[in-house]
Ligand binder design. Sequence first.
Ligand SMILES: [Zn+2]
Length: 398
Amino acid sequence: MAHDAPQATGPGKLVIRNIGLLLSGALEKPILDADTIVAENGRITAIGRLKDVDTDGATTIVDANGTTVAPGLIDSHVHPVAGDWTPRQNQIGWIDSYLHGGVTTMISAGEVHMPGRPRDIVGVKAMAIFAQRAFWTLRPGGVKVHAGAPVIENEMVEDDFKELAAAGVKLLGEVGLGGVKDGPTARKMVGWARKYGIQSTIHTGGPSIPGSGLIDKDVVLEADTDVIGHINGGHTALPDDQIRCICEGCKRGLELVHNGNERSALFTLRTAREMGDLNRVILGTDAPAGSGVQPLGILRMVSMLSSLGDMPAELAFCFATGNTARMRALDCGLIEVGRSADFVIMDKAQHSPGHTLLDSVQLGDLPGIGMTIIDGIVRTQRSRNTPPATRVPEIVGR
Ligand SMILES: [Zn+2]
């Protein structure tokens, strides 16, 4: 069906050469020994040394100039509404601003800020299908927005989930933002969603804005969503003993968000590390929200967790790339042959005391972004939002 067809990526052969550091996005081997990536028609076809790979017939050549290449960042928790506009703080262009923060893929946790959002079941389903279609067709700046995430209501029946899945809906919005706030109902509906291939997440912690409610550890564990949405609260976090209970009581994704409690994010990170479960940690901004939008939110999370959480920066980048891609079955997020050619090219910010990009992030600085690439196509050059990178890549041939 048309809405399942991949978007056209355009023919072409991209070569990125002279890469100083290649981050893979994979926790088990976060740094790759290679200085060149080749991508054809939007997919990675070779990773290696320049002399060993086939660069003939390149239509775009990027000289990375010794900088760092990583998979494009994934924001696991956003609240889009329509196009590149958010009514929450009445801003336009927020998704394009995120691209300048290195985010190439976003996942909706529900289009809950839609003015006049319908709460009746036909309306809930129609809005989800509309959002899925609209963001599949429109990619602001090239950013892949996976949207169409209905928020469950008490009157829903199994057939509703079957119908949503058949229509192309692949996500549930945050459980708890709609009428369903109890564990048993949530568990039943999350199970229906899973049966039809729809992923789920949940609002964890205190109410985010007037009108939303508390979701505690008992509801979270009983609901058994695929992702524990903002386990560090959005903003108000659960007490540490409840966060530990959730970490130990399931094997689901542990999502840390920028618009949450930073101390609780660090507590969750420490707990996951003690458990040997760093593969469960993924990052989001939970924006737009009361705190506005954060174009650099994912980079700020990487830097915060690396510097204050004592986490090697090359591992912290995996939380925003490969971990999320694996958990959410995305074809991006890892530097691997066959994956989507979505990259962010960075260097240490000018005047950071860090000796290298990784060193600067571990010291708490943000990297400077010099280029973003989605589906093998250069989307932005020097970021308008990050501190300026020391060195920037250049397009040297087309
Ligand atoms: Zn939430």
